[in-house]
Design a protein around this ligand. Structure first.
Ligand code: ADP
Length: 220
């Protein structure tokens, strides 16, 4: 069982690296942000509730988020493991995940901590576009699509997320520092392997480090 956490502030490149991590590890990529956006699109009650928090860059309440994630991890494709992106984002979420894994006789295999500092996060997110189909990210100047407005990977429409506007981005980064940063310390104290990766480099360089870190976890 491989339970990998992708950790890092909004804009660090977790979504960009997710496909490489999933390919290298052979387990599904599960992103809570994508799950909320899926609920939003389908017009579910959960989607409506999540939207009020997401639009302000706040966290969706733990009870909602934890329940949604636990149901997802019970799906058959996650039986051999998963790469989690955007969860856990609070210490209570981390405890819930640890308890769920303990019930399965296992624990978090490792944390990939992608670090990018300060203004670079704001710059990246304000220019980011994601696709409707699978949230594949592109960037207006850093990684423009071959055809404007169309995802290179699956051909679906690209759009600018409502929470990728400067004031909301700054709040998301502040919430990360306050609520999510302690999650890394929690796993450090548990002795979980943590790979710290400098995310402020070329995409391919970051990807090489991320893949190496996943393969090192699989060897243990
Ligand atoms: P980011 O690009 O900031 O990493 P995500 O797509 O992962 O964004 O998440 C977008 C929004 O969805 C968050 O700002 C938050 O409102 C909500 N969200 C996602 N994951 C969680 C979580 N684990 N707990 C609470 N809220 C979450």
């Amino acid at each position: 069982m491989l339970a990998v956490l992708l950790f890092g502030p909004p804009g660090a490149g977790k979504g960009t690296q997710a496909a490489a991590v999933a390919a290298a590890s052979g387990v599904p990529h599960i992103a809570t942000g994508d799950m909320f956006r899926e609920h939003l699109r389908s017009g579910s009650e959960l989607g409506r509730l999540a939207r009020s928090y997401m639009d302000r860059g706040e966290l969706v309440p733990d009870d909602v988020t934890i329940g949604m994630l636990e149901a997802r991890l019970d799906q058959p494709d996650a039986a051999r493991g998963f790469v989690l992106d955007g969860f856990p984002r609070t210490l209570d979420q981390a405890s819930a995940l640890d308890a769920l894994l303990a019930r399965r006789g296992t624990r978090v295999s490792g944390v990939l901590d992608i670090e990018v500092h300060g203004e670079e996060l704001v710059r990246r997110l304000s220019g980011r576009m994601v696709c409707r189909e699978a949230s594949h990210p592109s960037h207006v100047t850093d990684a423009p699509p071959a055809v404007p407005g169309i995802c290179d990977i699956d051909g679906s429409e690209l759009y600018h997320r409502d929470d990728d506007h400067e004031d909301v981005i700054r709040n998301r980064v502040a919430v990360f520092e306050q609520e999510t940063r302690p999650v890394r310390e929690h796993y450090r104290e548990l002795g979980t392997p943590i790979a710290t990766i400098d995310g402020a480099r070329e995409r391919a360089e970051v990807e090489a480090d991320v893949i190496a870190a996943v393969l090192a976890l699989e060897d243990t």
